[in-house]
Design a protein around this ligand. Sequence first.
Ligand SMILES: Nc1ncnc2c1ncn2[C@@H]1O[C@H](COP(=O)(O)OP(=O)(O)O)[C@@H](O)[C@H]1O
Ligand SMILES: [Mg+2]
Length: 271
Amino acid sequence: MESAKAVQQKTKIFLITSCKGGVGKSTVAANIAMALANHGKRVLLVDCDFSNRSLDLILGCEEEVVYDICDLVTGRAPASRVVMQDGREGRLNFIAAPHFKKDEFTPEQFAEAVEAAAKEFFCEYVFIDTPGALDGTLPLVSKAADGALIVTSHQPTTVRGAEKTGYQLEDLGVKEQYLIINSYDKKGVLDGTSPGLNWLIDHTHVPLIGVIPESKELEKAQISGKLACEMRRDREKAHEAFDEVARRLCGERIPIMSYLPEKKRRKLLYS
Ligand SMILES: Nc1ncnc2c1ncn2[C@@H]1O[C@H](COP(=O)(O)OP(=O)(O)O)[C@@H](O)[C@H]1O
Ligand SMILES: [Mg+2]
């Protein structure tokens, strides 16, 4: 086990964002956080979607939420009360969003509060679920961030939104950016009705870190507060896809879509 000091020195804070709602930010945030916790990392997941909080529902802990990130930043409640521990995996810590944002605070106050909470709970990774573009949250939270995971789907408007989000983040000083393609439609890519990976990378100008398949089972599991790692049957391999992103974030050099057979993977990569 690493010493608390060693852990404190390398906290890495990522925004998980996209220009549009419904792309899968919160799903991706919760599942990558859990995948890293399952790999023995201590993780802090922060819901900063002030108009549509949902991580409490995705984690299945909505009944237990008392305090939120605004309580922490404004000093109304200490981290020991605001940070919740996930019942399944003690290494996964969580801060809920308020139902409605009720307080004003500065980017500096936000960054200071999140960094202090991560230190107090010895977290190596922090993920901040935040809507991008015009909502105004990105400038508020980006001062805290070392990097960003930009989530997109195949939809051309979402791809354009991901590109825009990348430029906006760059202006805000968040240079380390990775693309996550969510709800990847293998069948559509092979029959030419959905754009392939190269097109998506070219049109967002963001390096790819992972591809999460479209998974009906994942969607169904979410209704009962379950994450990908708890799904009994996952033909679409969503669990393995989140695990792959977690391992790549930890620095492992593994191919994109390593969860697919070599032949299928190659076919998809070059479509
Ligand atoms: N890979 C996926 N496969 C199938 N459904 C998904 C996938 N990712 C997200 N969803 C579904 O899409 C909807 C929106 O996801 P959500 O994470 O809430 O998006 P956002 O946070 O960007 O608004 C949810 O119903 C979720 O279950
Ligand atoms: Mg969301």
